[in-house]
Write a new protein. Structure first.
Length: 171
């Protein structure tokens, strides 16, 4: 439990401490942000100074190299996307689950071998499916619809006795 101050000076000391603590926290936070900005700008200035000594041809060559790297990365991403789309379409065409998109054989398959790999995967998938009847072949004999069991002589005698008793009681 916090003890409350008893005098005006104790209260003022607590207030000053809280203000100093909050000020120090904010100051350290903003100093960190400004340091990050200074570092970023220092890196930009260093790059500009390094570029200042180069000729226009060297600068153009560097920018062209950077653009080629970006284009190569984008082309790789687009090819991967196209391949994933083609794989998804082939799997859907063969009625296979979509999680096979991540099968390593499909990912690494060449364009010409894709149909063969899909057929191999389909064969394996169908082999793993359960065999036999998917619908029950048991006939329900309980209830109104179904095959009526044949009556024995005892069953016929019991029915006649029940009819006779119901006639006697009913009179």
């Amino acid at each position: 439990m916090v003890e409350l101050p008893k005098t005006e000076t104790e209260l003022q000391t607590l207030i000053d401490d809280a203000i100093k603590k909050a000020t120090d926290t904010l100051k350290s936070e903003y100093d960190g942000k400004f340091a990050a900005q200074r570092k970023k700008h220092d890196e930009e200035i260093a790059k500009i100074k390094a570029d200042a000594g180069k000729s226009a041809e060297e600068l153009a060559e560097e920018r062209l190299k950077e653009q080629r790297e970006k284009d190569a990365n984008e082309l790789t991403e687009l090819r991967n996307f196209k391949k994933q789309t083609i794989i998804g379409d082939r799997l859907a065409k063969e009625n296979l689950p979509s999680y096979f998109k991540n099968d390593n054989r499909l990912i690494n398959a060449e364009e010409g071998d894709l149909d063969k790999v899909v057929k191999d995967i389909k064969k394996e998938f169908e082999a793993s499916l359960p065999r036999g009847n998917q619908v029950s072949t048991v006939i329900n004999t309980n209830g109104s619809g179904g095959i009526q069991p044949t009556k024995t002589e005892g069953d016929v005698a019991n029915e006649l006795l029940a009819d006779t008793l119901s006639q006697i009681i009913g009179k």
